[in-house]
Design a protein around this ligand. Sequence first.
Ligand code: NOJ
Length: 565
Amino acid sequence: MTGEAPTEHDRTPAEWWRTAVIYQIYPRSFADANGDGMGDLAGITGRLPALHDLGIDAIWLSPFYTSPQHDAGYDVADYCDVDPIFGTLADFDTLQHTAHELGIRVIVDLVPNHSSSAHPWFQAALAAPEGSAERAHYIFREGKGQHGEFPPNNWESVFGGNAWTRLTNPDGTPGQWYLHLFDTTQPDFDWDNPWVRAQFRGVLRFWLDRGADGFRVDVAHGMIKAAGLPDYTPPVEGGSMGGATVTEPGIIAEWAETAPYWAQGGVHEIYRDWRLVLDEYPGERILAAEAWVDPLSHVAEWVRPDEMHQAFNFAYLETPWGGPTLRRVIDDSLTAFSAVGAPSTWVLSNHDVVRHASRLALTAENLQGHGIGPKTAGLPDTVVGLQRARAATALMLALPGSSYLYQGEELGLPEVIDLPDASREDPTWFRTNGERYGRDGCRVPLPWESAAPSYGFGPTSASWLPQPAEWGTLARDAQEGVPGSTLELYKLALRLRREHALGLGAVDWLAGFGDPIVHFRNGGVVVVANTGTEPIELPAGELLLTSEPLAGRTLPGDTTAWLRA
Ligand code: NOJ
């Protein structure tokens, strides 16, 4: 152990996940031990003490499995091995052991909606004839039209373009079509097939036996498709992951209720089955759903007592910065999740969305959910964005439940906007011919040391996406121990959150301010978040934390304070 403070892991092993702060590691971009410009598992292990010092309870690792990397590892070619670019299974064991020694739990990413087209199961399906058992593991169909020349239905890929690709038979004639809700290289499994279910039970056991503390489940709302695969035209274009933005709430509800490939009731049977598997293991292993559905009462169906433990709260992530909207989403979240006995989760950034230090300074009109780039209208003011991000995080970490952090947000990293086109890798960029920038801008490798090559990401200057020159000043070592730095703000918030057991608390709304002020008490802490532009005078009480330095007791706009109640 590098620090003296016990972690949540040490203190409350029972139902640790109800209050945990879970830090998302994107392995490609966290730390590179071997200097090839791509992050790896050994790099993560070497930097775990920094995460312990930060004060988190668990890490979630985005995929590190064998993969051709057409969707940055969300195209899995072997669910039970590590891709050589990230290391070996032995490296995973070392990482996990080191994390556990530090009191940090380890959640791995499970990608069950689709595999890579390079997976031996899909390759076997291609080699097998139409109607074979191998083809039945995926969703193959005849095309429409006289010669099957049209796709079986009108579904579109989340990444743009058609959701179907036609095969060419060994004799050169055109063959069946297969479904891929994402990239062409990510064929969807047929989860109505018991064989698929049996394989994934095996995958769960493989990682549980190795000691993994749980799974973040990719596309947990997409695995079952409506019978007959009916045509469907979404009411609006979805965001980066197929949801819409909360600026159009009625529309999201319609989308979530009607899409024949999202949120079909049949998914729940799968999770009940998985829960039985997890419950056989000691130590509170968890399932966390990535389910882009709406409204929150619907998301809560994923976390009923016999299903998953947590579901990401994307409604919170998508809520614009403002008093009324935030109060409403906090209330809705607590009501919806507590109705099924689950904790609410909170999240502001991840590897699929514009980093919140940039997003919170975008106007609703340019919040398209498909990334931002040099040609985006109304690019964000970075000073405003960072100030709001710090205030938003300080608000989020005071809420009861479990919070997710995305690597680099503790450094205040913004979205990287001006990546050279040639360096972009997101399939969204390619499938839309550059019309949508996609997600590369939030995936740029982390700066650890201001004076080192690749800012300490690795031992060489290589980094798979170029790092902006100004990231030297944002590097971890430039912020460590510096009062008022974003890193120190996160550390303080996480320490106070633990000391005051805020994760176990409740939100008691307090009056006294106007609409832009989010004002509540959680146990021994009073939180005042000023989302507006007019400064306010803080109520009495010892100041525990402020997201910006204050002059006296005046709380400026875009600033959050915690006071002792
Ligand atoms: C959600 C993941 O978070 C995203 O990165 C990925 O592209 C899609 N699912 C497809 O797996």
